[in-house]
Design a protein around this ligand. Structure first.
Ligand SMILES: [Zn+2]
Length: 291
């Protein structure tokens, strides 16, 4: 699932292909729950508009359009936002992949999963939003209009401080990992980064949020930001379906310390990494280093 680093990597790579360009045509698939704004209204609203900026809020991308409208995009579980010409074997079906020589990586042709395709007045590269599992979302917001998905987000994880976490966790009996995943206090922390950040901070995922001291909170926010920034620097994590816009796979997955390393030795003390389920999510920690 694309998490904050993948969304930020996507934003940085796709922004130069969107900002300053005027949308000429909008091609969509048939109406479905992918479209919070119905396809025909989306096309009417977008055609002729210039994109002024591409911002990220938590795991959402928000394109600022010239007349005060905003286009909200969410990559969902498997969404891929990229320019035409992206090359990646992951975009091909298993059958067509098998028929290829290893050095053959053809360009991408829009398919039934390409729910949104933007062409531009300058006739340059098209931008495509593909989502096989269709948990992604797209919504056009009129000037002044908001969306509850954006409204309920807390401080962005890259901008939060230990004091923000400390203040927001007072009186909270919920496990600290669950609080991190809720998005309402700090936005953008997903399962991998929660597990990794808790490991770096030496805090057990099940500890009640209210039991964290101010120094705990400072270490935890610092740990989470460290793994997020490192993941952004390495192009995002690509454990499942994430494909960065230019088709490169992220490299962060090789640096995981505890996430999905059940039974492997802890990198600090060699105790086997333990896995439990918390908030319906696989949760990985070292029972010795994390208290
Ligand atoms: Zn350990």
């Amino acid at each position: 699932m694309p998490e904050l680093p993948e969304v930020e990597v996507t934003r940085r790579r796709i922004a130069p292909l969107l900002v300053g360009r005027r949308i000429a045509r909008v091609h969509t698939t048939a109406d479905s729950y992918f479209f919070l704004t119905p396809p025909d209204a989306l096309a009417r609203g977008l055609e002729g508009r210039e994109i002024r900026a591409l911002e990220r809020r938590g795991k959402y991308l928000v394109a600022q359009l010239g007349d005060g409208q905003r286009l909200m995009l969410h990559l969902g579980m498997s969404g891929q936002l990229f320019a035409d010409g992206a090359r990646s074997l992951r975009l091909l079906s298993a059958t067509s992949r098998a028929s290829l020589a290893p050095d053959e990586q053809p360009g991408f042709e829009p398919d039934a999963h390409t729910h949104l395709r933007l062409t531009f007045a300058d006739a340059g590269a098209e931008v495509l939003f593909r989502d096989v599992r269709k948990f992604g979302k797209v919504r056009l917001l009129e000037p002044g209009e908001s969306d509850p998905r954006l409204d309920r987000l807390g401080i962005d994880a890259l901008e939060a401080s230990g004091d923000d976490l400390h203040a927001g966790s007072r009186g909270r009996r919920v496990a600290i990992k669950n609080l991190l995943l809720q998005q309402s206090l700090i936005a953008g922390i997903g399962n991998i980064y929660a597990d990794e950040g808790l490991f770096l901070a030496g805090i057990r995922p099940t500890r009640a949020a209210r039991r964290l001291t101010r120094p705990d909170c400072a270490r935890l926010v610092e740990g989470v930001q460290r793994v997020l920034r490192r993941s952004i620097d390495t192009g995002g994590s690509s454990i499942s379906d994430f494909v960065s816009p230019d088709g490169d796979d992220g490299a962060y997955q090789d640096e995981r310390r505890v996430y999905a390393r059940t039974g492997e030795p802890c990198p600090q003390c060699a105790t086997p990494i333990r896995r439990i389920v918390l908030a319906q999510r696989g949760t990985h920690y070292c029972p010795t280093c994390q208290r």
